[in-house]
Design a protein around this ligand. Sequence first.
Ligand code: DAK
Length: 262
Amino acid sequence: MNYENILVETRGEGARKTGVIRLNRPKALNALSDPLMDELGHALKAFDADPGIGCIVLTGSEKAFAAGADIPTLLQHDFLSAFNSQLISKNWEHILAVRKPVIGAVAGFCLGGGCELAMMCDVLYAADNAKFGQPEIKLGVIPGGGGTQRLPRWVGKSKAMDMLLTGRFMDAAEAERAGLVARVIPAEQLLEEAFKAAETINGYSAPVVALMKQLTNQAFEVPLTEGVKIERGMFHAVFGTHDQREGMNAFLEKRPANWKHG
Ligand code: DAK
């Protein structure tokens, strides 16, 4: 696929590298048009399928991660055309099918669908100039990419309501306090820090990383007792891998582990 709305590269020195996807529609503050979301889905799938990639960093520009769905496109629809075409639904949740960790590195505006996309990442790092918001109410609509569902789970009901009902933006410091992002990083160091975290993850056993992601995301989907039960079964299952014995032996022998990713 020929990418026109994203930039794609790989980074890193180790055996497993980092796939980097940069949203790139600067004139529209990276608004998430259908072509952009198609390209994003394609790039995510390709990195996920590549055994040489350990994890993925998704980022935008210094000015905007993404300022939301593409408003001119939304304006072309009425109820029937939105309903019949399943408006921007088909390519929206490809990111949720990715089994490798996706680190969102957010600088500048992260609004509407941009915030919803960020919340679908596994880890979020924010530059100190990041601004998060679900301003759909100002456009006379509600979020359509999960904003009313994920935001309360991430930041609690009261803060989510405050943001959804007023349309106000949250700065990076508030986002960290609220638990929306893992860390706030000076803007000029954002990507380097994200790459460093990615390199660390790339250095671990791939199936264990994938399982860790799967189980942690499952915490938002299943009841606690059920989730703990599934974790217990999976804990026992990893004892069937080479990497469990290797990791524990390497610790006792005071040497780096030599993972076989199996
Ligand atoms: N779409 C298209 N173009 C946008 C845009 C957007 N969301 N946001 C900004 N732009 C464009 C502006 O129109 C402007 O273009 P020109 O006029 O230069 O041609 C350019 O980017 C620069 O924007 P501004 O001149 O406005 O720049 P400022 O620095 O003054 O303001 C801003 C920055 C981010 C505060 C402002 O642009 C803004 O408020 N933008 C709109 C933010 C917003 O309302 N976002 C929510 C959109 S609705 C769904 C999934 C997702 C969604 C729906 C359904 N399904 C799965 C069903 C999501 C919906 C949304 O996100």
